[in-house]
Ligand binder design. Structure first.
Ligand SMILES: O=c1ccc(O)c[nH]1
Length: 350
């Protein structure tokens, strides 16, 4: 269902307020050809209405001839800012960048954040943004779970379907996504509500079963028959299954890049307002599938780059795979059981 400009402006005002936007700060809205016009116009009205100095940096797209998908998350790394000092200068000189284009997993994003600029990614359709406006409770829930993940040395993921994966932890930072950017140099994604980290290099081993109903992104598909991944020393070494498995294998093989098979971020969904079934209601090119990445209780793992975490594995191929009905243990302690979050906030409040 469409959302009114008035309601979208109010949604932006809430998110910009949570992001500590102050009058006189410089906001640059980063756009491309896929930017939704209502998201753009309401962002600029809301920021201006809060007294910000508002710029827009509109950049032509790149990699259209290289990517097999039009999903902005399907082909990452190089962006229109690669080798673009003028664009970089504008964004590094801004207090807040509203990324309506998608810079995720690019070295340029890291460079802009290091300058102290805050960056908020927002590329989902306006009605999805409005439905999943972040709240302080989202932050509290993610931060409570982060306390556990920060201290953990091992993540062990199991499921009745046959997943049994062990990942050593500690080399990489956490990815805390709660939907607003309330500190200098912070990146976040609206909408979100999940927690992740990256396994230590070469230290993921076991089996991952992508069961019927689990989701492949950017394929935007609900798997209809099991895919079994064998994971050895941080890489997927074998893919077994039926048509879904063949499609996944063919897609990743198209990158001709061994790093595309590496385990990337691993974590779990904490957003009670996101739902597993939403992806089935959208045309696949109308959404990047954030309900699927954030629904509470999923085990979200991914394949491909770890530049986001300061790693050196830079591959354009990025696959996000949220699984249902998994049990995630940190050093033996459950944080989800059979796809349900054990409430960290309640535990933390004890
Ligand atoms: O918000 C995001 C989106 C995709 C991803 O792989 C990580 N975080």
């Amino acid at each position: 269902m469409a959302i009114s400009d008035a309601d979208m402006i109010e949604a932006w005002r809430k998110v910009l307020t949570l992001s500590q936007l102050k009058s006189g700060e410089v906001v640059t809205v980063l756009t491309g050809p896929a930017t939704h016009p209502q998201t753009l116009s309401t962002a600029m009205i809301a920021a201006r209405g809060m007294g910000a100095i508002v710029n827009r940096l509109d950049l032509p797209p790149v990699n259209g001839e290289a990517s097999l998908s039009r999903d902005a998350l399907a082909f990452v790394g190089d962006t229109p800012l690669t080798g673009n000092p003028a664009g970089m200068a504008a964004l590094k000189a801004s207090d807040l960048v509203l990324d309506l284009m998608l810079l995720l997993f690019s070295p340029e994003q890291g460079e802009i954040l290091e300058s102290g600029t805050r960056m908020l990614l927002a590329v989902e359709p306006p009605e999805v943004l409005a439905r999943l406006v972040p709240t302080m409770e989202d932050k509290i829930r993610v931060k409570a779970a982060a306390e556990k993940l920060k201290a953990a040395k091992e993540m062990h993921v199991t499921s009745a379907a046959g997943t049994d994966l062990r990942c050593a932890l500690g080399e990489y930072p956490l990815l805390e996504e709660y939907g607003f950017v309330d500190a200098p140099g912070r990146w976040d994604h609206w909408p979100s509500g999940f927690l992740a980290t990256w396994p230590n290099e070469g230290k993921s081993n076991g089996t991952i079963v992508i069961d019927r109903g689990d989701i492949l992104l950017p394929q935007k598909s609900y798997v209809s028959e099991k895919i079994t991944l064998t994971v050895k020393d941080g890489y997927v070494t074998k893919v077994e299954g039926g048509l879904d498995a063949e499609l996944l294998q063919d897609y990743i093989d198209s990158f001709k890049d061994p790093e595309a098979w590496a385990i990337s971020h691993i974590g779990w969904g904490l957003q009670d307002r996101a739902r597993w079934s939403v992806l089935s209601l959208y045309d696949r090119e109308q959404t990047i599938g954030m309900d699927a990445r954030a629904f509470a209780g999923n085990f979200l793992f991914s394949l491909g780059p770890n530049t986001e975490a300061g790693g050196t594995r830079n591959t354009p191929c990025h696959i996000d795979i949220p699984l249902r009905r998994c049990t995630v243990r940190l050093d033996g302690e459950m944080v989800t059981r059979d796809g349900k979050v054990l409430d960290q906030v309640a535990l933390a409040a004890e």
